[in-house]
Design a protein around this ligand. Structure first.
Ligand SMILES: *Cc1c(COP(=O)(O)O)cnc(C)c1O
Length: 386
């Protein structure tokens, strides 16, 4: 029976401390949640601005459902493209300063679609080794020749660009790395893209809403723009809803509309989600106070976590990973925190490189300073006990 092989493979995974399981929330997403029946303080969502349960977004979603119903009923190119989908795309493009934008149902699908639509056999992709899994899968699907460079390794990227002959060139990078929290050197990468006539796909899943003027994201943070940049952001993280949006030159967007299979061959998202996203965009623009508070929490955490025996990664974003090292130990620390009513997930290989298992602590503007104090006290206590 093939089942016995599956059982064996899962048992082996479990023995290595790598078995993945889910925990179930019975409350809204937020800082104080009930998980598997127990109340706890959460440091593990990507809901950086606390918008996932924001009253303005809930009201907009309800109003959108009243006006447009629930399902879109078809794909965008058949009959599922509704005015509010386009209103959001236009508002978003204007907000991030790009000529046009296209929404996808998820970030995973956006990455698959963009890469597959823009490059093919005979073309080249240059990708940071720590890019998100969806970008790695997208590269495989595209059939282009893939060159992966060391994390933020500009000299290696330049060598690879120089050696690639013929075909289109596409550089792909996370803007904020999802498991490390650090930023890509976007300005330098863009300079290389210009020098070697390449496109740059920037995945700003963790920067949009958090970084830049009014939360416009990583490009605004670096005060950069270029028609070469294809700017992708997800809408299920700081934006608090779901989906993703790609902003670029009109010709790129038209190409995606015609060739991105993950856009074409799928039902359009419920239009009410676009209503919620319009409310999210306004809320993000007005959230300077929340972003300042978030920065304050990050600085407070960093300055007080310095004495811990674990390596705090060099991140200035709400993603603050604490590298524990071994899979067994990271699970032990994560479990011990959970016993204290604090939820921080253990991130293990293959999501991160072997030997760098870590606690991925994420902060939200909905956290209070006391919440961070509670986390710090628990970490210091656990460090002493080990
Ligand atoms: C979360 C994430 C995605 C996927 O987005 P979803 O909307 O969750 O599918 C893509 N890229 C990065 C860097 C991410 O962190």
């Amino acid at each position: 029976m093939p089942f016995s092989e599956l059982h064996k493979a899962l048992a082996a995974r479990k023995a290595q401390g790598l078995l993945r399981t889910r925990r179930t929330l019975s409350t809204q997403q937020g800082v104080h949640v009930t998980v598997d029946g127990n109340p706890c303080l959460s440091f593990c969502s990507n809901d950086y601005l606390g918008l996932a349960s924001h009253p303005a977004l809930i009201a907009a979603l309800q109003q959108g459902a009243q006006q447009y119903g629930v399902g879109a009923g078809a794909s965008h190119l058949v009959s599922g493209h509704i005015e509010v989908h386009e209103q959001f795309e236009n508002a978003y493009a204007e907000f991030v300063g790009k000529p046009a934008a296209l929404t996808f149902s998820t970030g995973y699908m956006a990455n698959l679609g963009v890469v597959q639509a823009l490059v093919d056999r005979g073309d080249f992709i240059f990708a940071d080794k720590l890019n998100h899994a969806s970008l790695n899968d997208a590269m495989q699907l595209s059939r282009a020749e893939v060159k992966r460079y060391r994390h933020n390794g500009l000299p290696q990227l330049e060598t690879q660009l120089r050696q690639a002959q013929g075909g289109r060139k596409l550089i792909i990078t996370d803007a904020v790395f999802s498991m490390d929290g650090d930023l890509a050197p976007v300005q330098e990468i863009l300079a290389l893209a210009e020098k070697h006539d390449a496109w740059l796909l920037l995945d700003d899943a963790h920067g949009f809403g958090v970084l830049g003027e009014q939360g416009r994201g990583t490009l605004s943070h670096f005060k950069l723009d270029s028609s070469r940049i294809i700017y992708m952001a997800t809408l299920g993280k700081a934006a608090g809803v779901t989906g993703a949006v790609v902003a670029a030159e009109q010709v790129v967007i038209d190409t995606l509309l015609n060739h991105a299979r993950s856009y074409i061959y799928t039902t359009a998202s419920p239009p009410a989600l676009s209503s919620a996203l319009l409310a999210s965009l306004l809320t993000i623009q007005g959230a300077d106070k929340e972003r300042l508070h978030l920065d304050d929490l990050i600085m407070y955490f960093k300055s007080n976590a310095a004495g811990l025996p674990w390596r705090l990664m060099a991140s200035a974003t709400p993603i603050q990973p604490l590298v524990i090292g071994s899979n067994a130990e990271v699970v032990q620390v994560s479990e011990a925190l959970r016993e204290r009513g604090i939820w921080v997930p253990a991130i293990r290989p293959p999501t991160v490189p072997e030997g760098t298992a870590r606690l991925r602590i994420t902060f939200s503007a909905a956290h209070q300073r006391e919440d961070v104090t509670r986390l710090l006290e628990a970490l210091h206590e656990l460090a002493q006990g080990l």
